[in-house]
Design a protein around this ligand. Structure first.
Ligand SMILES: [Zn+2]
Ligand SMILES: [Zn+2]
Length: 100
């Protein structure tokens, strides 16, 4: 997995809308109160879901610094990416089964 493999979802309009909503709701970084360079961050993971397919209370706003620190500890994106690969794989299998 390269650094850019997982980033495609950041450009998905469904993610953009949800991230925008979360940032507007929180206004500042929920860890340090910084109000610039904000990102939406997943607090928990639901297996089998795409990044935008989460209830809003699973997401919080973090500044870039806190977000990067959190990711080093949680390896969030690796987990998210592996999760998405599983979803895509199973939907591939499902469509193969459907189409015979
Ligand atoms: Zn995050
Ligand atoms: Zn912060």
């Amino acid at each position: 997995m390269t650094r850019d493999d997982y980033k495609w979802y950041l450009k998905d309009s469904r993610w953009i809308v949800l991230a925008k909503y979360v940032k507007k709701r929180d206004g500042v970084c929920q860890y340090c109160g910084n109000d610039s360079n904000l990102n939406a961050h997943h607090l928990r993971y639901i297996s089998g879901r795409m990044p935008w397919d989460y209830p809003e209370d699973y997401l919080i706003t973090l500044c870039k610094g806190c977000h990067e620190k959190e990711h080093k500890e949680q390896k969030e994106l690796t987990r998210m990416y592996n999760n998405m690969k599983l979803i895509l794989k199973s939907s591939e299998i499902m469509s193969k089964l459907k189409n015979g």
